[in-house]
Design a protein around this ligand. Structure first.
Ligand code: GTP
Ligand code: MG
Length: 318
């Protein structure tokens, strides 16, 4: 059995099996994940020397052919990107079809705005087959606030006529107790998503621990650098494994606002730049929620209204 654990599925010419085992143990178990990880990070994760790290990264890059390709091929790849149903047709519409793979979607909003409810619903709906709006895969969840409730997942699955036991079985949850723990879980994602073929990764919430632990201006650059490194790792996972990453983020009051919404997302520019699509959520009339796309490379700034009930996120007919 021990041998099985050590064995790696991939090979790089001229690289010893001991080195390959170190890579696998560090969660770098595919050519893609090695190719897209900076060699300095490979060194840190595996404890191997700089030359070896550089060599394995370059060899892995040759395997996955990371170079220039015609834009037609990029378009072809993008046309095959999957979109996961959120439970609300209107929210899907403003997201260009749903939660997209190869990208990070950030859900921003104050407490009770529906961030975690969207995460619960996606954890169920992503498991449905592709022709039913899902990814047909397992889901990985990093829960930093202890708010990820299996009972709610069960309720959502049952309200949708699904077998809640199977659904719960396929949601892999890790509770992150502090920012360092969260960082380790994120850096280990390549191994987990590869092993379980997960197509959706959720981090609820991304910034909470960092905000709580790095207090005072003197710690700001350290904090932002650490958040940035986590976000870069998440984007690499999204692209290397063609999966969707969904992050939640709270808002903080801006003291200097004289008009408009006085709340802004936490995490500053690092968060703003790393996330592909940013969705701002707020409470609407009669227990509805309003989502607005606030920053996306190609989605227009549109609004959608959705509801939350026993089935999780649902449409809300006006
Ligand atoms: P924070 O994590 O505190 O920042 O908030 P959040 O944005 O994650 O809030 P969350 O998604 O947990 O939304 C909570 C709200 O969802 C509650 O206040 C309820 O209005 C609604 N909600 C949660 N569960 C149910 C349910 O079973 N039925 C209905 N109708 N609404 C629910
Ligand atoms: Mg929440």
């Amino acid at each position: 059995m021990a041998e099985d654990v050590e064995k790696t599925d991939i090979e790089l010419e001229g690289v010893s099996s001991a080195t390959m085992a170190k890579l696998k143990k560090a969660g770098l178990s595919t050519y893609e994940s090695i190719a897209v990880t900076p060699s300095r990070e490979i060194e840190e994760l595996t404890g191997m020397g700089a030359d070896t790290a550089q060599k394995v990264m370059q060899l892995a890059r040759v395997k996955v052919d990371l170079g220039f390709i015609p834009a037609t091929q990029v378009l072809e790849k993008r046309m095959h990107m999957l979109k996961c149903n959120t439970g609300s047709p209107d929210l899907n519409r403003i997201l260009g079809g749903g939660i997209e793979t190869d990208a990070i979607t950030e859900l921003i909003g104050e407490f009770g705005s529906g961030k975690t409810q969207i995460c619960f619903t996606l954890s169920v709906l992503a498991q449905l087959p592709v022709d039913q709006g899902g990814f047909g895969s397992k889901v990985c969840v990093i829960d930093t606030e202890g708010t990820f409730l299996p009972e709610r997942i069960k309720q959502i699955a049952e309200a949708r006529g699904l077998d809640s036991n199977t659904i719960l079985q396929n949601v892999l949850v890790a509770r992150a107790y502090n920012s360092e723990h969260q960082t380790i879980l994120i850096k280990n994602l390549p191994q987990i998503v590869h092993e379980h073929n997960a197509k959706l990764v959720i981090v609820d919430s991304m910034i909470g621990h960092f905000r709580g632990e790095f207090i005072g201006r003197g710690t700001l650059s350290d904090r932002q650098q650490k958040i940035g490194s986590c976000l870069a790792a998440l984007l690499r996972v999204a692209e290397a494994f063609s999966l969707a990453v969904v992050l939640t983020n709270q808002v903080q009051a801006k003291p200097d606002t004289s008009y408009g919404d006085p709340n802004k997302p936490t995490g500053g520019h690092v968060m703003a730049h790393a996330c592909t699509h940013r969705v701002y959520l707020r409470k609407g009339k009669e227990n509805t929620r309003i989502a607005t796309i606030i920053d996306s490379p190609y989605l227009p700034e549109e609004k959608a209204r959705f509801g939350v009930d026993a089935a999780g996120v649902v449409g809300c007919e006006q």
